[in-house]
Design a protein around this ligand. Structure first.
Ligand SMILES: [Zn+2]
Ligand SMILES: [Zn+2]
Length: 122
């Protein structure tokens, strides 16, 4: 049986995110993740924090397309507990990430984040 994922479970953001990139086009990477920003303004506000002696100050750069996020029935985004919401380039990557984190796709096309989550029970 194939379950169609609900647009509430995996959805694209309204607009492409921005990231910060150095002049060699390498994006700013905190080691854990590549930070995404909602707007060019938000990205440029953070630029000074990532100044590098070798590469200078990174500049805001828009992504080519809006990111996809995964949300459980309870409204919890993957992976909020891990300090940030994970962004994915494609819906397929988002679905794969949900699987990797042990989220279960329910028959109605929504995700259950955890067996023990009361609000995620169908
Ligand atoms: Zn993003
Ligand atoms: Zn839940």
């Amino acid at each position: 049986m194939t379950i169609t994922v609900s647009p509430d479970a995996i959805g694209a953001l309204a607009n492409p995110c921005w990231l910060l990139a150095y002049s060699n086009s390498m994006p700013v990477d905190t080691g854990d993740s590549i930070p995404h920003f909602d707007t060019e303004h938000a990205a440029s506000r953070e630029a000074a924090r990532y100044q590098s002696d070798r590469l200078g100050t990174p500049a805001p750069q828009p992504l080519p397309s809006p990111c996809f996020l995964v949300r459980a029935r309870c409204g919890y985004f993957l992976d909020e507990e891990g300090a940030c919401q994970m962004h994915h380039e494609t819906a397929d990557q988002a679905a794969q990430a949900a699987k990797d984190y042990g989220w279960v796709l329910l028959a109605d096309g929504t995700y259950r984040c955890d067996e023990d989550c009361d609000e995620c029970q169908p």
